[in-house]
Design a protein around this ligand. Structure first.
Ligand code: GDP
Ligand code: IMO
Ligand code: MG
Length: 431
């Protein structure tokens, strides 16, 4: 297959970055299609850790085109910082291979201020956002007042629009959110400087990606966040403000549905969540704490400890359906070493009624009691395994059981942080 999308199937941080980095070796173009720098995709290559928030995770392979699609909201200053850091380590050397959509929206300082002030005022009702202004930026996109990269072509027009927005947002910030206003001149100066560096990257990315597909190139679409954080299909309102499922590849890049051949879902062998919201298979205590330490489950974007739960097969079956999943990559099986038994959530009980599939309303998940199936754990670490046959037999049984419960094949098994620490059962680009 030549066009493959990678999507998160839980609440984010499933290990998408590592899998995209690995698959990027076989791709020509890697495209982000939604979200912003609320994403944090960690890659460990040659013992060095890289955290990418906006730049597609193909950036560590020379010669690959990296595309920021129209579906993103991009903090331009954060993007330039990320590009500069990658360049310092010898990556992204060829500027002609980095493309930003004219139609992508920009996150401005007032978006961050609104996001943070609202969260602070929400108290117990807070969503636990990353505070990077993502929700307010998508609101402006839908309200048709957002600033797009194309606006930078005519800086006078851009400045007028920005000043108008700042006046309106400052009134809201001061009167309703009781917080400090944004300094218009400072923001405009910063954008004037950023503009010169951004303009060379601007591109009709829809045409670029379509041409790449038409000429037989391999294109990898890199999802951010996870299906349960999707604005429509996730645990609303405890979600992010973009569509994170495979169908947003089309609206977020400008290609049509017939052009996507495979959707690879990424899931941990257990579950994590950052921020508030329902999480039926969650557990706490000593085991959760040690799994958090072992799996380094602290948010790469904000450093917050991630909540821990068992693998949830109900959720996985649901996300397989929503994404039309071709196969699943299961990550972090090494982290479960030494835990016996391991549990899989196979159903929920809500108000005395059993659900084997996702209940019709996500609000019902708030009161869902998990039904667990137990399986034997493993004491021998699978970290050194590079082929299925090298996996301890209980790991193999666990993976097979998950595949059976979810109803999709397992394409990859993650056994460590490093790029190489992945067992590839099926490579979508080789199929
Ligand atoms: P993403 O947002 O989906 O790209 O995931 P993150 O990068 O935020 O979080 C996943 C974390 O798990 C990162 O620290 C990765 O380096 C790490 N990771 C990914 N796959 C594996 C794996 O198979 N084993 C271990 N031990 N760590 C992994
Ligand atoms: P990656 O791509 C984990 C969560 C936040 C919060 C909610 C809304 O690394 O998997 P937002 O700032 O988006 O308005 O916050 O969504 N969230 C993530 N959690 N990984 C992510 O991205 C996330 N992106 C957003 O923690 O609960
Ligand atoms: Mg992440």
């Amino acid at each position: 297959m030549k066009t493959v999308a990678v999507v998160g199937t839980q609440w984010g941080d499933e290990g998408k970055g590592k899998i995209v980095d690995m698959l990027a070796a076989d791709a020509d173009v890697v495209v982000r299609f939604q979200g912003g720098n609320n994403a944090a995709h960690t890659l460990v290559v040659g013992g060095k850790k890289f955290v990418l928030r906006l730049v597609p995770a193909g950036a560590l392979h020379p010669g690959k085109a990296c595309v920021i699609g129209n579906g993103l909201v991009v903090n331009p200053i954060a993007l330039l910082g990320e590009i500069a850091e990658l360049k310092r380590s010898g990556h992204l050397a060829d500027d002609s291979l980095f493309k930003i959509s004219y139609d992508a929206h920009m996150v401005m300082p007032y978006h961050l201020a609104i996001d943070r002030a609202r969260e602070a005022r929400a108290g117990k009702r807070a969503i636990g956002t990353t505070g990077f202004g993502i929700g307010p930026a998508y609101e402006d996109k839908m309200a048709r007042v957002g600033l797009r990269f194309e606006d930078l072509l005519d800086f006078k027009f851009f400045e007028e629009k920005l000043r108008r927005n700042i006046v309106e947002k400052n009134a809201y910030l001061k009167a309703l959110l009781k917080t400090k206003p944004i300094k218009a001149d400072e923001t405009i100066d910063a954008m004037k400087k950023a503009r010169r560096r951004l303009l060379p990257y601007l591109c009709d990315t829809g045409a670029f990606v379509s041409d790449a597909i038409d000429s037989g190139k391999r294109v990898l679409f890199e999802g951010a966040h996870g299906t349960m954080l999707d604005i429509d299909h996730g645990t609303y309102p405890y979600v992010t403000s973009s569509s994170c499922v495979a169908s947003s590849v089309f609206s977020g890049t400008g290609i049509g549905p017939g052009n996507l051949e495979a959707v690879l879902g990424i899931s941990k062998g257990y579950t994590t969540r950052v921020g508030a919201g329902p999480f039926p298979s969650e557990f706490s205590g000593y085991l959760a704490d040690s799994l958090r330490e072992e799996g380094d489950e602290f948010g790469s974007a904000t450093g917050r400890p991630r909540r821990i739960g068992w693998f949830d097969a109900v959720l996985a079956r649901y996300t397989a359906r929503v994404n039309g999943m071709w196969a699943l990559a299961l990550t972090k099986l090494d982290v479960l070493t030494g835990i016996d038994p391991v549990k899989i959530c196979v159903g929920y009980v809500v108000k005395g009624k059993r659900y084997d599939d996702m209940p019709p309303s996500h609000r019902m998940l708030i009161n869902a009691k998990p039904i667990f199936e137990e399986m034997p754990g493993w004491s021998e670490s699978p970290a050194g395994a590079r082929m299925l046959a090298e996996l301890p037999s209980s790991v193999r049984r666990y993976v097979e059981r998950i595949s059976e419960l979810v109803g999709v094949p397992i394409a990859m098994i993650g056994v460590g942080k490093e790029r190489e620490a992945t067992i590839v059962v099926r490579n979508p680009f080789a199929d």
